[in-house]
Design a binder for this molecule. Structure first.
Ligand code: NAP
Ligand code: HSE
Length: 441
């Protein structure tokens, strides 16, 4: 006979609803596969009167957590409400009430992870969070357990489905940024506040968790250098394509001799690289380990059902006792270790793409080349298409790619360039990705 596990679900939106549907519609299959029968005893939401896309059992829906926390038959609280403050309170209460917690909330863990994990240890409970990074991809367990014999040198990839969807749609369908974002929201990929997606914060949350697990150090959200895609223009995506690059919002954790670098920023990926082929809402992550070399993980990183898939797998791991053992025994969780040493900003060496808006008159390109040369930056390619001929002085986009150079030199050159005669606006700069270990193959 299957063991019955009482569940308290907090949040029944995009992910919660998909999870409730799986639990209700696949109850018998899950029991047959796992020996566990999940019973949805409480569903806590903000507005109990709201129509849901799933038929919930009578009497389970309510607005507050007290009844759920007092119910001794609830063994696991599944937090799918999002946000940091209320979610923190709710999760800490669940742990101190003797419940294990499953959460998909990367913001909560990136901001309050140390406190939440420490509270779980103090209460003898566990927190499982596979769905918090890369949605349906079983990434956390692969890194935490599958690669335990490795020193991880780098973990990097596409961690936000909304941004990847926007970048793909803009280039392939000539869609405006605003239109592509609205589609991503309608499809359930975006956060309740989509600013968190497009400004890079959501990727930074996930990178903080992933890096902490991979590097086995307590990585800090505040140390992630973040820029998002909100200012991205189609001309740069198209110019990159001409040069053989695809623009991705890359999240990168990379260990250098002088410290760890954590960065989220739009990056040009050479079109031959596996990450360049990752389109739409898909996520992909490459992890480079000392023994395994490159490993690559690909799948749906956003959306109700893919995320619910990871949540359900955590629930099974918790209910069967595996998650608790891992949590208690493996010293690879972020609260147990000191923070890493971080690499000083600007030290990372890469090729860079620059787009400079230049008045089309004599000497302009020479002045740009001199500014770059003064910083020791060597030009790899330079492109200027002839502007339309309709009289007057035109502004033309001049596209420069550099040979590998430190970011701080590029930043200095950009500052100088804005004062150069004929340069009409601050140049756009996008770094070009280079793989640790020389390729993802
Ligand atoms: P959502 O659609 O906005 O749903 C949030 C749910 O939480 C709603 O049911 C809402 O109730 C409830 N809620 C919000 N505040 C509450 C409060 N103070 N008290 C009680 N209930 C409250 O969010 P979602 O997209 O499902 O995301 C849920 C979590 O999963 C977030 O942490 C998100 O980052 C994470 N996640 C989402 C995805 C994705 O693709 N969507 C993927 C991975 C991880 P009402 O319905 O009554 O408003
Ligand atoms: N808003 C997130 C994304 C959901 O677009 O990737 C998955 O965490």
């Amino acid at each position: 006979m299957a063991a019955r596990i009482g569940i308290g679900l907090v949040g029944c939106g995009v992910v919660g609803e998909a999870l409730a549907r799986m639990l209700l519609e696949q109850r018998a299959e899950i029991a047959a596969r796992t020996g566990l029968e999940f019973e949805l005893r409480h569903v806590v939401v903000r507005d109990p009167a709201k129509r849901r896309g799933v038929q919930l059992p009578g009497g389970v829906v309510g607005p507050d957590t007290a009844a759920m926390l007092a119910d001794r038959d609830v063994r696991i609280v599944v937090e799918l409400m999002g946000g940091t403050d209320r979610a923190r309170e709710m999760v800490l209460s669940a742990l101190s009430s003797g419940k294990d917690v499953v959460t998909a909330n990367k913001a909560l863990l990136a901001v309050h992870g140390r406190e939440v994990f420490a509270a779980a240890r103090a209460a003898g409970r566990c927190v499982a969070f596979e769905a918090a990074v890369a949605g349906g991809i079983p990434l956390i367990e692969s890194v935490r357990r599958g690669l335990i014999g490795n020193d991880i040198e780098a973990a990097y990839g596409i961690l936000n489905g909304t941004c990847n969807y926007i970048l793909t749609r803009m280039l392939d369908n000539n869609a405006s940024y605003a239109h592509a974002l609205a589609e991503a929201q309608r499809l359930g990929y975006a956060e309740a506040d989509p600013t968190l997606d497009v400004d890079g914060t959501d990727s930074a949350h996930k990178l903080t968790i992933l890096a902490s697990i991979a590097m086995r150090r307590s990585c800090e959200l505040a140390r992630v250098r973040v820029s998002g895609i909100a200012g991205i223009e189609l001309i740069d995506l198209a110019s990159g394509r001409e040069l053989g690059y695809v623009c991705k919002l890359l999240a990168t954790a990379r260990q250098y001799e002088d410290g760890l670098d954590l960065t989220v920023e739009p990056t040009f990926v050479p079109k031959e690289h596996p990450l360049a082929a990752v389109a739409g809402p898909f996520n992909a992550v490459s992890v480079y380990g000392s023994a395994a070399g490159h490993t690559f993980y690909y799948g749906r990183g956003a959306g109700g059902a893919p995320t619910a898939s990871a949540v359900l797998s955590d629930m099974i791991e918790v209910a069967s006792g595996n998650a608790g053992r891992v949590f208690a025994q493996l010293a690879v969780l972020p609260d147990q270790t000191p923070p890493p040493a971080y690499r000083p900003a600007g030290e990372t060496v890469a090729r860079h793409y620059l787009r400079i808006g230049l008045a089309d008159r004599p000497g302009g390109i020479g002045r740009i080349a001199s500014t770059l040369g003064a910083e020791g930056i060597s030009i790899a390619t330079i492109t200027q298409h002839e502007p339309p001929r309709n009289g007057g002085v035109h502004v033309v986009p001049v596209i420069v790619t550099t040979h590998p150079v430190k970011r701080c030199a590029v930043d200095r050159a950009i500052r100088s360039m804005t004062a150069v005669d004929g340069v009409v606006s601050r140049p756009v700069c996008i770094p070009v990705f280079s793989d640790p270990g020389g390729g993802a193959g």
